[in-house]
Design a protein around this ligand. Sequence first.
Ligand code: IPM
Ligand code: MG
Length: 358
Amino acid sequence: MELNIAVLPGDGIGPEIVEQGMKVVRAVCRKKGHGLYEKTALVGAIAIKEMGNPYPNSTHDLCMRSDAVFFGAIGSPEYDNDPTAKVRPEQGLLAMRQKLGLYANIRPVTTFPTLLHKSPLRPDLVEGADLICIRELTGGIYFGRPQGRSEDGETAYDTCVYTRKEITRIVHLACEYARNRRKKLTVVDKANVLATSRLWRQTAQAVASEYPDVAVDYMFVDNASMRLIQSPADFDVIVTENMFGDILTDEASVITGSLGMLPSASIGIHTSVFEPIHGSFPQAAGKNIANPLATILSAALMFDYAFKLSEEAALIRQAVDASIASNVVTPDIASSGIAPASTTDVGDFIATHILSIP
Ligand code: IPM
Ligand code: MG
C-alpha cells in the first residue's frame, strides 16, 4: 500500500518525538513492504516565527492532500507568559481542527501492568482500567463567538455554543465505540447548570434509544472527575463536550502512570490527525529525555484508523510492550535503580524490534 503522511512536528519536544514515531513508521513500512511518502510542514510557534501564521495555508493544503497527519505538539512559554499576544500557537491547532473538520478526538486510556506502580493512584484501583474518552473537538466554548474583551478591558467573555447536529454525530460515534467494546457509555455534561449541557443530555437520550444494547448513563462533569479517580475501571466509553473532554483526558492520562503514554486520534470530515495528548513540554526540549511512547502509540492508531492496517498497528504495540518489559524507557517511567534510556534509544529499540520480529 502507498501511505502519504503529512508530518507536523511543531514546537518544544514535538520534533524529537515525531522523529521517533516516524522511525517506527518507516520500520513498519519496510517490514510490510508499504511505500511511504512523508512531507513535513510547519505548525505552532515555529510557524508563527517563520511564516507569521500558526497554521499556514501551505500546511493545510498538505494535510488535505495526505492520507493522515502525524502531529507532535505545539506551544511555547514565550506565548504562555504573554496573555496580550495577538497570534498564539494554540490558534494553529484550533484552526487545523476546524479546517479539517476534526469533530471527534479519541483518547484511549489503557494501563500497562508493569507500570502500575508509577500511577499516583493505588495499583488496586488502576488495575484493569481500560477506557476511551471521546471528546467533541470543534464546538463549544473553544470556538463559540462572541469571544473577547469589553472596550475598557475590564470584562472578558467566551461563548459556549452547541447544535443538536454536532451532538448527534458525536454521540452516534460514541455509541458505535461502546457497541464494539463493553457496551457501556457515560455521557458527561453539566445539565444541572448549562443550557448547552441540557441539549447534550436531551440529544444523547434520543440517540441512545437507537442503541438498546448499549447501557448509557449520564454524569455531571464534577462528579465524573471524582469517579475517574475513585474507580477508573468502572468506565468504558465516555463522551463529552470540548472543554470537559480537554480537562478529563489530562486527568485520565495520569491514571496510567505518565502523561507520556497516551496517544490520540482526531477524526472527522477530512484527513485524520494522530498526536500524543501531552503538550510541547518546553523544559525538556532538546534534552533527549522526552517519552516518545505516546507518539509511537499514535502511529499505531494511525495504522489502525487511517490505513486500516491492524497487523501493522499490533506490531507497534508489541514492540512498545517489549521496550517497557526490557526497561528501555525514559526517566518518567523508569524503575528506580535502572538507568533510564534516552528518547532516541527508545525509538531505536522499538524500530529495531519491529524489524526483528519474525
Ligand atoms: C489538547 C490541548 C489543546 C486543547 C491546547 C494546546 C489548545 O490541551 O489537545 O488537549 O486545549 O485542546
Ligand atoms: Mg488538553
